[in-house]
Design a protein around this ligand. Structure first.
Ligand code: ARG
Length: 259
């Protein structure tokens, strides 16, 4: 083989290798773009919880369908509830979906999608407790309240009595609602303030507890997205509206919440 031919072959081979590398790199990039990263706190049945190694629940199923409509693959990150908003703000997560209540304070930090469910804060007490109505909940230091930290139950209960709370000193914060419920069973707190559907599952799974027949606060759940990511917010809202029109959101809710 002449030197010229050799150089020609070599350059063709090099060009091929380069081309394939470029293609492969592009493919990799595309794959990343097609992942929708959802931050949640998966100890909140029936909205999100772990079933062995996988995630289940209303939010998980709705998010899966949203990702499908967006032509993306859903990736779930299970984090502390209180770090969802910061992670969404910094771009670590694309969205936060965790039975998350829309509040004015949170709206200053993130945007919310249209709401897909209603939540009610309720009060769990031990069966036979002297607390039988919301009026029995005292702010004089004689009662302790268990909450999941950074949730609206925590925020409202920790507020001053003038603002309808019981004072921060009377609130004990736990990493999960389940831990707050264990504290109630152990007599470390007098009541747990938490969203109604998780409350029902916790009471069903633990003997000796009951939910007061009263609404402590009524709230809307929505998906949060970074303020500057209006493109994703629009896409999520469009997908949600379609899923609602198709009856799919209600079907998922009905699957997990029996009337
Ligand atoms: N709705 C309440 C809030 O937004 C509690 C949500 C807790 N969610 C969870 N996945 N642990 O503050």
């Amino acid at each position: 083989m002449s030197k010229k031919t050799f150089v020609k072959i070599l350059s063709v081979v090099l060009a091929l290798v380069l081309g394939m590398t470029a293609l492969w790199a592009c493919g990799g990039e595309k794959e990343d773009e097609n992942v929708l990263v959802m931050a949640t706190n998966a100890s909140f049945p029936p909205y999100e919880y772990k079933e062995g190694d996988s995630f289940a629940g209303i939010d998980v199923e709705i998010a899966t369908l949203i990702a499908e409509k967006l032509g993306m693959t859903l990736k779930i990150e299970d984090v502390e509830f209180g770090s969802i908003i910061g992670g969404v703000q910094s771009g670590k997560f694309d969205m936060g979906m965790a039975g998350m209540t829309v509040t004015d304070e949170r709206l200053e930090m993130v945007n919310f999608s249209s709401t897909y469910a209603t939540g009610v804060q309720v009060v769990i007490v031990a069966e036979g407790s002297t607390i039988t109505s919301l009026d029995d909940l005292k702010d004089d230091g004689s009662m302790k309240y268990g909450v999941q930290q950074d949730t609206t139950g925590d925020i409202y209960a920790s507020d001053t009595p003038e603002k309808g709370g019981y004072g921060s000193d009377n609130v004990i914060r736990y990493k999960t609602g389940a831990e707050a419920v264990q504290a109630l069973k152990a007599g470390k707190v007098d009541a747990v303030i938490i969203d109604n559907e998780p409350a029902k599952s916790f009471v069903a799974a633990n003997e000796g507890l009951r939910i007061l027949d009263a609404e402590w606060a009524v709230e809307d759940y929505a998906i949060c997205v970074a303020k500057d990511n209006t493109d994703l917010l629009d896409k999520i809202n469009t997908a949600l509206a379609e899923l609602e029109a198709e009856g799919k959101v209600q079907a998922i809710i009905d699957k997990y919440i029996k009337a």
